[in-house]
Design a protein around this ligand. Structure first.
Ligand SMILES: CC(C)(COP(=O)(O)OP(=O)(O)OC[C@H]1O[C@@H](n2cnc3c(N)ncnc32)[C@H](O)[C@@H]1OP(=O)(O)O)[C@@H](O)C(=O)NCCC(=O)NCCS
Length: 624
């Protein structure tokens, strides 16, 4: 008697047995001179690449073409790339950096959103596509998994498609399926999908930048987070925001807490609401598990994600790009540093432009103000040789460093240079200032007073009696224009009570005295209404310390449309708090006899107020 033969477990590839092969056999179909497209990101087909690299009698003149790979090519103990092949890439990832130095790589600086078209037109040739996919479903469809990006275009042109079929590849939803009939050779693998874990960066500066970025992201924003670490760090500070959405070239694990916390509903998105729309996932197994067969995600080809029209139609589109350097006119370098090509342009250009055109959108560029070793300022008088202006100065809107946020769009060179110097590390400010003056960006009369880090903790939002709110914050020298405009809104009487004379206009030096202060013996605050794009200075206050008395001379001015709502009182309270912390004894002010508003303001301080009448003025002393 014979026992029952043990039946082999059926495999999803059984129906395609004639296509199933090994990596070594599959790559023998590649011919000399072929342009071989390699699947992107964490979905790079590593078994096929290894088989190709170790192929005896390697076909001649092969060129590998890829957007971006992660841990797909090996390096020796000295960090040299061991690749035997020539590469053409649109992104210099860590995989490619050594190979670039070894002269094995052609870097193509172009928007990745335009690559599919170029491939389809045959201007970027592709004869072979090596990809990694999920196992087929009952209809014979595999999923491109965690990377869709430019793969559909490569598949459309390739004479030969070889796919690693991996049960660990998540079956992503969206436009990410491919019928097995379009694949010529199937290579079963069961390796774990490459993970790209971003180490959280706890350094104070990075976290500050992340908080600043998060601070300007409103409820209902649609986010693009790109490849840079800072954008991913910013997401952790959005856990009190409502109805955020994702329309992004890349997603990472940083979205998971927002999803779990209910912040990421996508309800306000104009295009594909409620869906997380992306082209590539770079993350951990946790993220890949979340994506697997999850209709919440829609994976799309990069040209449909990075479509300018789609981006600009999104509700409050926020695009966050991390840069290497910016010059004082606002030219930004994102793909080259110290002469070396790093990363790539991706589709940052489309996202920044689209965000600028989207209703309520925000294009944000961020960077630490210095290189990691602190030795070089990333804010420079001019970009250096070996640095390209990837983002034109005409397209720059927000710039964020650990010293604050500048809004540069529509601003003059002088305003930009002034604002950017204040976002530089204080130790580099004098040099930047001198260079900016020498280059004619700043006037010879302009001076640099503020050499400290911007104290974001001193910012406060104040709710006024009539329900409006303003931001009270330390003044910056870039506030000069706004203060001049405030001055011109004051009535003649207000100008007289503020300056004790009839003044028709303020000279540069006079405006500077009201905002370009050193915060040692001079302090100035402004009250801002509106968003950063459309901000108006509606109030200004300052005090100047007399070291001989340890008292400070204080003054205020409030826009007529904002008077009698409690703004003066709020600014006075802010000034008193600030001066008390610094150990001052009190304030003095000379107030014209008829200035009932100011006299009332002083009396309302709930401190000891002494008034000494002169001929037509009252000398007020407020003791802390
Ligand atoms: C003085 C000034 C800064 C006050 O600002 P403000 O925003 O109006 O101040 P508040 O709204 O907090 O009002 C302060 C007090 O003045 C009173 N006040 C406001 N407008 C008034 C007016 N037209 N007449 C009489 N009292 C008035 C308010 O009622 C309030 O007192 P209360 O709290 O007892 O009611 C503002 O009027 C101004 O900029 N004036 C022109 C410049 C100037 O004179 N500066 C002072 C020289 S240092």
């Amino acid at each position: 008697m014979f026992g029952k033969a043990r039946s082999k477990k059926p495999s999803p590839l059984d129906a395609y047995a004639d296509k199933v092969t090994t990596p070594a056999l599959a790559v023998t179909h590649i011919r000399s001179g072929d342009h071989v497209f390699v699947g992107s990101g964490c979905a790079a087909p590593r078994a096929l690449l290894q088989a190709l690299e170790s192929m005896p009698g390697l076909p001649a003149d092969l060129e590998l073409l890829h957007f971006f790979t992660v841990k797909a090519f090996d390096h020796d103990a000295d960090g040299h790339s061991t690749t035997r092949l020539r590469h053409r890439t649109f992104f210099v990832s860590s995989d490619m950096r050594a190979a670039v130095k070894q002269g094995m790589v052609e870097y193509v600086p172009m928007s990745i959103a335009r690559v599919p078209d170029m491939i389809l037109l045959g201007r970027i040739p592709v004869e072979v596509a090596l990809i990694q996919v999920s196992v087929p479903d009952e209809f014979g469809y595999v999923s491109l998994g965690v990377s869709v990006d430019i793969i559909p275009a490569a598949l459309a042109r390739a004479r030969l498609v070889i796919a690693e079929v991996n049960p660990n590849m998540p079956r992503s939803m969206g436009d990410s399926t491919l019928h097995v009939s379009r694949i010529h050779h199937l290579v079963p693998v069961a390796t774990l999908i490459i993970e790209l874990q971003r180490m959280p960066r706890q350094d104070r500066d990075v976290q500050r930048i992340a908080r600043y970025i998060a601070g300007i992201i409103d409820d209902g924003s649609t986010l693009q987070i790109g490849m840079g670490q800072l954008a991913h760090e910013a997401l952790q500070y959005l856990t009190d925001r409502k109805d955020l959405g994702i329309h992004s070239d890349v997603v990472s694990d940083a979205i998971i807490p927002l999803l779990e916390n209910g912040n990421l509903t996508g309800a306000k998105k104009t295009r594909q609401p409620f869906k997380i729309v992306t082209s590539m996932a770079l993350g951990s197994r946790r993220l890949y598990r979340l994506i697997d067969r999850n209709p919440l995600f829609s994976f799309q080809p990069i040209d449909s994600i990075c479509n300018l029209l789609t981006i600009s139609k999104q509700h409050k589109m926020v695009s966050i790009a991390q840069a290497f350097a910016i010059d004082l006119t606002g030219q930004v370098c994102i793909d080259q540093f110290d002469g070396e090509f790093y990363s790539g342009i991706g589709c940052q250009g489309e996202f920044l432009l689209g965000a600028a055109q989207s209703p309520g959108g925000k294009p944000i560029i961020c960077m630490t103000s210095t290189t990691d070793d602190g030795l070089v300022s990333r804010i420079r008088p001019a970009l250096l040789e070996g640095e390209s202006a990837t983002i034109a100065r005409s397209d720059v809107h927000y710039l964020v460093t650990e010293y604050g946020i500048a809004y540069l769009f529509g601003k003059s060179i002088r305003q930009r240079a002034t604002a950017l110097i204040e976002l530089a590390h204080p130790k580099f400010r004098p040099e930047l200032f001198a260079k900016a003056q020498a280059m004619g960006y700043l006037s010879a009369e302009q001076s640099l007073h503020n050499l400290r880090a911007y104290p974001v903790e001193e910012e406060q939002t104040v709710l006024l009696k009539d329900g409006r709110s303003v931001l009270l914050r330390p003044a910056l020298s870039s506030d000069a224009q706004g203060i001049r405009e405030l001055f011109h809104h004051l009535s003649e009487a207000d100008v007289f009570t503020r300056f004790f004379r009839n003044v028709r206009g303020l000279s540069d030096a006079e405006v500077e005295r009201l905002c370009n202060v050193n915060y040692e013996n001079e302090v100035a605050f402004v009250a801002i209404s509106g968003s950063r794009e459309e901000s108006t200075i509606v109030g200004q206050s300052c005090y100047f310390i007399d070291p001989t008395t340890n008292m400070a001379d204080v003054a205020y001015m409030v826009h007529p449309q904002w008077q009698a709502c409690g703004l003066g009182s709020a600014m006075q309270a802010c000034m008193i708090r600030h001066a008390t912390r610094r150990g001052l004894r009190g304030f003095v002010a000379d107030v014209l006899l008829g200035n009932a508003k100011m006299l009332r303001l002083a009396r309302n301080s709930s401190l000891r107020v002494q008034a000494e009448k002169n001929q037509d003025a009252v000398h007020i002393t407020i003791l802390f």
